[in-house]
Design a protein. Structure first.
Length: 393
């Protein structure tokens, strides 16, 4: 049996960016079909960070899925950066007049998924890696095979929201596509534990032995990270070793009051910076991790994906409502201008807070001087706050 479908936009990927795009289009009367490489159960179970800029919260409200993030999200008006035992609080509310919202990406995905299902939008899951995208001058075709059947989707456009390892970016010819990448020589070991958070706000900690971070999901669920070698495995890190390392890298006054307990999830994430240019070709448009990756320092990944969808959804609405392709033509340049600024900020935060392999004593002195200047300069703090709360769309 073969499933043949015709729709306005074929969306590859059912993560937050693909679901958000589908929902925003549906609210404007524009149809979509979503193709997901893996199972929806897998997508909904992925543990990811969740520090949302106000712009991202506004996008969820615009998609009419803002109820839970408004009621359950933790509003943060600041955060701490520490170096050894010295602590600096960046007062976002005082510096910028707004803060951020801590709300897990898993919960964002659930909210959007339930809305898309209520829209009766078709999601083809478990499509695997053999899905093909065929571009032509006036339409696109997406073909493949799921466990239920083969499928053939014809659409006006395709939106590639399928992540760094997805197929969408590969549809842009190699002689047109440029890729810029930096691989960092360390990863983040993350632990989720049913413990009281170390503080009511996020703590970014720099130490001579490496980086650490204290975050949370709610008042009784904490998310912690420590910098580790890229070739480490989670089996190398017992809970006892993790807590000892975390305490070592935090200021002593915070470490002494830290509540510890068994880990309920443990994973290691590599760090990279990556950008693809352009983000569009003919009738395909790339958004989210398919087109760019940032290290998690600074919490820009999900927020960048949402700003991509802001530009792309507006452009598609303009096309289908006014037959005007001008915003679609300008999508890549508009999105990339914001992406590169976020890449710069994430690179700077990563450089400020992490210990790099084989660096000399001069590098450590520079990092210490950078932190000292940050403590002493309100203007430097304001620039940090401006980027952290999110640059305007």
């Amino acid at each position: 049996m073969k499933l043949t479908l015709k729709t306005d936009v074929a969306i590859i990927g059912s993560g937050p960016s693909g679901l958000l795009l589908s929902r925003l289009l549906k609210l404007k009367g524009i149809s979509s079909v979503i193709v997901e490489r893996q199972s929806i159960t897998h997508v909904l179970s992925r543990i990811r960070a969740g520090v949302l800029e106000q712009g991202s919260v506004n996008m969820m409200r615009r998609a009419e899925v803002g109820t839970r993030v408004s009621s359950e999200g933790l509003r943060h008006d600041g955060f701490q950066i520490t170096y050894g035992d010295r602590e600096l609080r960046i007062d976002l509310q005082k510096l910028m007049g707004k803060g951020v919202t801590v709300y897990g990406q898993t919960e964002v995905t659930k909210d959007l998924y339930h809305a898309v299902i209520s829209d009766n939008t078709q999601i083809i899951e478990n499509a695997g890696d053999d899905t093909a995208i065929t571009l032509s001058s006036d339409h696109v075709k997406v073909t493949g095979v799921s466990p239920e059947c083969a499928f053939d989707i014809e659409a006006k456009f395709v939106a590639g929201c399928d992540g760094y390892r997805g197929i969408s970016r590969q549809a842009i010819p190699v002689d047109i596509r440029q890729e810029f990448e930096r691989i960092y020589p360390f990863g983040w070991l993350g632990v989720l534990s049913e413990t009281k958070p170390a503080d009511h706000e996020i703590i970014y900690s720099s130490h001579e032995n490496g980086f650490a971070m204290c975050s949370m999901r709610n008042a009784n669920l904490s998310r912690y990270y420590v910098q580790c070698p890229t070739n480490d495995r989670t089996d190398d890190w017992s809970d006892e070793r993790f807590w000892a390392t975390l305490k070592e890298r935090l200021p002593s006054q915070i470490a002494q009051s830290l509540e510890i307990g068994p880990s309920i999830e443990k994973s290691i994430a590599p760090l990279r910076s990556f950008v693809c240019e352009p983000l569009s070709h003919q009738r395909i448009f790339i958004a989210g991790d398919a087109g760019h990756i940032v290290p998690p320092t600074g919490a820009k990944g999900l927020n960048l994906a949402f700003s991509d969808i802001f530009y792309l959804s507006n452009a598609l609405v303009q096309y289908f409502s006014k037959n005007d392709e001008s915003e679609l033509t300008g999508y890549s340049d508009r999105a990339l201008a914001r992406i590169w600024k976020a890449e710069r900020f994430s690179w700077w935060m990563t450089s400020l807070l992490h210990k790099f392999d084989e660096e000399d004593r001069f590098a450590e002195k520079m990092r210490r001087a950078e932190f000292q200047f940050l403590c002493e300069s309100p203007d430097f703090q304001r620039a940090l706050a401006e980027n952290y709360v999110g640059l305007p769309y």
